[in-house]
Ligand binder design. Structure first.
Ligand code: HT7
Ligand code: ZN
Length: 872
């Protein structure tokens, strides 16, 4: 398969002003009739270009007409999934009739069946699996959609915009017509039909318009959408207050579907959600999942402006809408709960998963220069690093400057399909600044490393920071230019007080350093004593910071930094240092050290009742297996696992009493709420319980079993179950069975059970996993279920990284199977194998040979791209 390049972008030769669609839905075949009002694009330089419409191998063309003239076969050509018509007038109506089979669509792109309903997923290039079209985001059209179906089976029939007509056809079916007045690209088209229940509400916008809000689910789930509705209303209000953005249609609908490749989709006026990102109830949903529902509802809603009203010119600009919208949803969640906790969670995720992607064979800039399959580029780089780049612009311009820039962006480009350059230009023009160097973040891949050294002159009271930056080579980018990196910094004195200093003639306690050269020196004057630098506060740039902090300095920052984020960051660095030391000892066959500064650090932390419980819980959680892998030059999963277990037990046994006390002091007695206060308490309580049980204390073992049995919410019940299973308590088998029996009719809870079962360390781990995939409640057609089992396997170090390579072979089998059924999912399953070059030698060879086995198959574009780039 060939790559597409950003440099080859050309405006479309034709435009489609109006799109009229009719869907005749049926159990065995669906007939789609399109009437496209097409004209030549005056901006195209190819005045006689043929009309080339995109299609898919699953779309059968029945007939095509220009105006009233039915084209004979000689006047059009269908090959390589394209419909080509050489001779066309300059403006005409193209009528196309196609036949599709949604019930056989296992790719979950285009129109497909999920449970008993019909639904669509058109981003990025799914619309071409419905009918022939100019399926590119810069072709924007006004859509009118008529759905015809048997009303007894599909009483709810939805599409974008407003319902304008409803009636009966001659053969007794029902038709409903929807009209969306806003021009949009085909990727924002949506259709849903099914026997659904609805929750209704309203929102009054800032200009006083009433908007009808509707959330649809299958009947048995309608009791689980109150939280999503509340999140939606809060998001609508927040976007008005913080960005001045008002909703534009009279109706906003969300539908939950069980089978969905990603989290959710922002189709205009008709968002479609993976049910895992919409449904929530205290008994079935953990705190984490509640927060995810809130964030995804907000994210999709915010796309109405950042994505729909102003969309992308081409798919290379994907981060234009995704990076900006992630930044917006992160800010919303930070404003709703705790900003520091939210920042720690986001950064922790970025440093674990995005940094790994940026150091691997699929590394790409947030605006890629080329791709083979665009679905492979819905990545952590485009989303999370993209959000970091927008956040840096926010840091550089300040909140008011950023708002001026976003106002100008929306005003200037409303109704257009634009580029990342247009976004940055709006920010520049609104603030009179030059972001030329900053824009390198858009075209350069890889995580920059900031190397920092310092010196202090007591006589002149001058403190000097020497900063150098280096971005390692990434595929197709051997050399890198210096980036503009904003580094928020402060200085901490010996008594844990922030020290004031003078920079640029201004006395201050915090400064943003503009690192923009390969090597640079920053001078702080009037510094009263030798400071400990607090660098990269709030993680002001997505870089790796290398400053040789001593253990004492880290302990000091952990307890004394005014920046909450850096207190967490110091604790993580301390834990990383100790864990990597243990990894080395393990590899050298030595006994692992019984000394840990973390013990005293945690002791003071637990004694300080003034701290935010959620922050304490975050500090208590040791760096993950995945993060330590990312930090290792050569990844040794077994050594990392041993190191983590050792340090955990050491802390648990040293602070047993403290953990008991914290556990007992943090019980929530009020009715469940997904509020910041309650979530914080539960997270600290369960973190303490996990250590307490790990200490081996019998009272702790009784407490965790009691918590499992008495829990009135899924957070407490599932935390207890995980602790019981991970510590291999005697009750583990019985309670796993009891949990399944209790929840087997709640599909999303079954997924949690599948994941925990797959991650459980037992002899014959792979046999257990194969049994799970044969389990009557497992369903290979459902991406959530497959992700649960394969995700669990990934956490199961012994089974997945078995030295005999059986874990990798099993994963490769699933990829080969899914390659035909659902290429998007298959390609995502490849991620762990893409790290093969960094694995320790015995595992590396085994991973590579599985990649080669996959490469020898007849592959989809999706899997081909990831596997071939990994082997290159
Ligand atoms: N914009 C949406 C992307 C999406 C998607 C992409 C490829 C394949 C399936 C998909 N489902 C949704 C999601 C979002 O970022 O809001
Ligand atoms: Zn998005």
């Amino acid at each position: 398969p060939a790559a597409v390049f950003l440099k080859d972008y050309k405006v479309p030769d034709f435009l489609i002003d109006k799109t009229e669609l009719t869907f005749d839905l049926d159990e065995t075949q669906t007939v789609v009739t399109s009437r496209l009002h097409i004209r030549r694009n005056p901006e195209s330089d190819a005045a006689t270009a043929p009309l080339i419409l995109d299609g898919g191998e699953d779309v059968k063309l029945i007939g095509v007409a220009i105006d009233k003239y039915e084209l004979p076969k000689e006047e059009y050509n269908v090959s390589n999934d394209k419909l080509v018509i050489t001779a066309t007038p300059d403006a005409f109506i193209l009528t196309c009739e196609t036949l599709i089979e949604p019930q056989n669509n296992t790719r979950l792109e285009g129109l497909y069946r999920s449970s008993s309903m019909f639904c669509t997923q058109c981003e990025a290039e799914g619309f071409r699996h419905i009918t022939y079209y100019l399926d590119r985001p810069d072709v924007m059209s006004v859509f009118t959609t008529t759905i015809i179906a048997d009303e007894s089976r599909y009483p709810v029939m939805l599409s974008n915009g407003n319902e304008i007509e409803r009636g009966k056809t001659e053969d007794g079916k029902t038709f409903v017509t929807w009209h969306d007045p806003f021009k949009k690209p085909a990727y924002l088209f949506a259709l849903v039909a099914g026997d659904l229940e609805v929750l209704n509400d309203t929102f009054t916008t800032m200009s006083g318009r009433d908007v009808a809000l509707k959330i649809f689910t299958e009947k048995h789930n309608i009791d689980k959408v109150d939280f999503a509705m509340d999140s939606l209303k809060r998001s609508m209000k927040w976007d008005e207050e913080v960005y001045g953005r008002e909703y534009d249609l009279d109706i906003f609908m969300i539908v939950a579907v069980d089978d969905f490749n990603m989290g959710a989709m922002e189709n205009k006026g008709l968002n479609i959600f993976n049910s895992s990102c919409l449904l929530a109830s205290p008994e079935t949903t953990t705190d984490d999942a509640y927060l995810r529902v809130e964030a995804v509802v907000a994210h999709e809603y915010f796309h109405n402006w950042s994505g729909n009203r102003v969309t992308c010119r081409d798919w290379f600009q994907l981060s234009l809408k995704e990076g900006f919208t992630v930044f917006r949803d992160q800010s919303f969640s930070a404003d709703t709960h705790s900003d520091v906790v939210k920042r720690v969670e986001d950064v922790s995720f970025l440093k674990t998963a995005q940094f790994a992607e940026d150091a691997g064979p699929m590394a790409h800039p947030i605006r890629p220069a080329s791709f083979i399959e665009i679905s492979n580029f819905y990545t952590l780089t485009i989303y999370e690093k993209g959000a970091e780049v927008v956040r840096m612009i926010h840091t550089l311009l300040g909140a008011d400057g950023f708002r001026k820039g976003s106002d100008l962006y929306f005003e200037r480009h409303d109704g257009q399909a634009v580029t990342c350059d247009d976004f940055v230009s709006a920010m520049e023009d609104a603030n009179g600044v030059d972001l030329t160097q900053f824009k390198r973040w858009y075209s350069q891949a890889g995580t920059p490393i900031l190397n920092v050294t310092d010196s202090y002159n007591e006589t002149t009271q001058t403190y000097t920071l020497n900063v150098s930056q280096m971005t390692p080579p990434t595929p197709n980018q051997p050399t890198k230019l210096a980036l503009h990196i904003p580094v928020r910094a402060g200085l901490i004195g010996p008594d844990n007080q922030p020290l004031s200093f003078t920079v640029d003639g201004k006395e201050q306690t915090e400064v943003v350093l503009h690192v923009n050269q390969a090597e640079q020196t920053f001078i702080f004057e009037n510094v009263a004593s030798r400071p400990v630098p607090s660098l990269l506060r709030g993680f002001s740039a997505p870089v790796k910071l290398d400053y040789g902090y001593t253990t004492d300095q880290l302990l000091q920052l952990m307890s004394g930094d005014v920046d909450g984020f850096n207190r967490w960051s110091a604790s993580q660095q301390l834990a990383v240092n100790e864990l990597l030391n243990c990894v080395q000892q393990y590899q050298a066959g030595k006994d692992l050290t019984e000394e840990s500064s973390l013990v005293s650090g945690f002791e003071s932390l637990l004694a300080d009742s003034t701290l935010d419980s959620a922050m304490v819980a975050l500090i208590l959680s040791l760096p993950s297996q995945a993060y330590l892998s990312e930090l290792s030059g050569v990844i040794d999963p077994h050594a990392i696992k041993a190191a983590r277990k050792h340090l955990r037990l050491l802390i648990a046994s040293s602070l047993e009493k403290e953990f008991k006390k914290i556990y007992e002091a943090n019980t929530v007695t009020d009715a469940y709420q997904a509020s910041a206060g309650q979530i914080a308490k539960r997270s600290l309580k369960n973190a303490a319980l996990s250590y307490w049980v790990a200490s081996g204390n019998d009272e702790a073992k009784s407490a965790v079993v009691r918590q499992y049995r008495n829990a009135d919410n899924m957070t407490d019940q599932f935390s207890a179950l995980s602790i019981i299973v991970n510590n291999q308590l005697a009750e583990a088998d019985d309670l796993m069975s009891a949990f399944f029996e209790q929840w087997k009719h709640e599909s999303l809870v079954v997924n949690k059970w599948l994941m925990l079962s797959a991650s459980r360390e037992q002899e014959n781990g792979l046999v257990q996993i194969k049994e799970l995939m044969e389990h009557p409640y497992f369903d290979i057609k459902n991406p959530n279920k497959l992700r649960a089992v394969i995700g669990g396997l990934g956490q199961n170090v012994e089974t997945f990284h078995n030295l005999d390579g059986s874990g990798y072979a099993f994963l490769a089998d699933q990829i080969i199977l899914m390659n035909k059924r659902n290429p998007q999912i298959a390609s995502r399953l490849c991620t762990p194998l893409t790290r093969w070059k960094r694995m320790e030698s015995r595992l590396s060879e085994k991973m590579k040979s599985q990649l080669e086995r996959i490469a020898s198959q007849d592959l989809s574009k999706d899997v081909y791209e990831v596997v071939s780039k990994s082997l290159a």
